[in-house]
Ligand binder design. Structure first.
Ligand SMILES: Cc1cc2nc3c(=O)[nH]c(=O)nc-3n(C[C@H](O)[C@H](O)[C@H](O)COP(=O)(O)O)c2cc1C
Length: 266
């Protein structure tokens, strides 16, 4: 049987896509201070409402200490960490969905990459307090309680995505942000439940997936989409954060949670 990119596609939980084409998440640098959408944001997404069957928004930070990823001021990364973002999220979902395609909110925590916080003199948090040569600010190790709070924040952001009218969420587990930082031996030197063995380095990514699933089961429509984005390896010359072999083991665990799709980024 021949398949075409223009074929319709039904995802695992029933969401029907008008084509097999997806629009990748792309940061617009269009937000107001505090991660709020602007008219530019809305116009940008309205203009792309016919771009694909699955329209993935740019990354939205789920905790106040999770972003912005870049220097604050105007324009900024968008946020989904408080109910104050609901109105903008609703407008964003409406802009993307106006021509019948599915809108997915990408949810994210920057961890050490929350550069905007550093520039504002605020604390930047990460799995471990490592003195990275490529950062010109210090990072503080997250406590166990703070880790649990961030996991809950992924759930709260998912609830906001549901309330705003999005058709799904994509968990941003790639591109060196917090979820990947927990999985990487270069970024995670913890010796508690959240670091050490491969299994413990998987604990945070899997806890986020389970929390998002829990919220969707309780609050979302049956066909609500959940995706997970992953960078399949983290290798910088001789320094290896994790290998392809390890990431496939993580993917195998994520897949057991019966998500709708896995999104691979190099
Ligand atoms: C300007 C710009 C912004 C991006 N923002 C995001 C983002 O918010 N979230 C994300 O997961 N990837 C982001 N990416 C990565 C893209 O989704 C995509 O993976 C990348 O451009 C490589 O394209 P390819 O996967 O088609 O090779 C961004 C890329 C660009 C160029």
């Amino acid at each position: 049987m021949t398949h075409h990119l223009t074929d319709t596609l039904t995802l695992r939980h029933g969401a029907q896509l008008t084509s097999c084409i997806a629009m990748a998440p792309m940061q617009t640098h269009s937000g107001k201070r505090g991660g709020f959408v602007t008219e530019d944001t809305i116009r940008y997404y309205q203009a792309r409402s016919q771009a694909a069957g699955l329209l993935i928004s740019e990354f939205h930070y789920v905790s106040e200490n999770g972003g912005p990823a870049y220097v604050p001021g105007y324009p900024e990364q968008l946020g989904a960490y408080s109910d104050e973002h609901l109105e903008g999220l609703t407008r964003l979902a409406q802009a993307l969905k106006k021509d019948g395609n599915k809108a997915v909110l990408q949810i994210h925590h920057g961890g050490r990459a929350a550069v905007g916080r550093a520039v504002s003199g605020e604390e930047v948090v990460a799995p471990s307090a490592i003195d990275f040569t490529f950062l010109d600010y210090p990072v503080r190790e997250l406590t166990h309680e703070e880790i649990l709070d961030i996991i809950a924040d992924f759930g709260r952001a998912t609830k906001r995505a549901i309330q705003a009218g999005f058709d799904g969420v994509e968990i941003h587990g790639a591109n060196h942000y917090l979820i990947q930082q927990f999985f990487s031996t270069l970024s995670n030197h913890r010796t508690d439940d959240w670091g050490g063995s491969l299994e413990k380095r998987m604990a945070f990514p899997l806890a986020v997936v389970k929390e998002v699933k829990r919220v969707v089961a309780e609050e979302g429509p049956k066909d609500f989409i959940i995706g997970y984005r992953i960078s399949p390896e983290e290798i910088h010359g001789d320094a290896i954060g994790y290998t392809y072999n390890e990431s496939t083991q993580l993917i195998a665990q994520v897949v057991k949670q019966e998500l709708d799709y896995i999104h691979v980024v190099l």
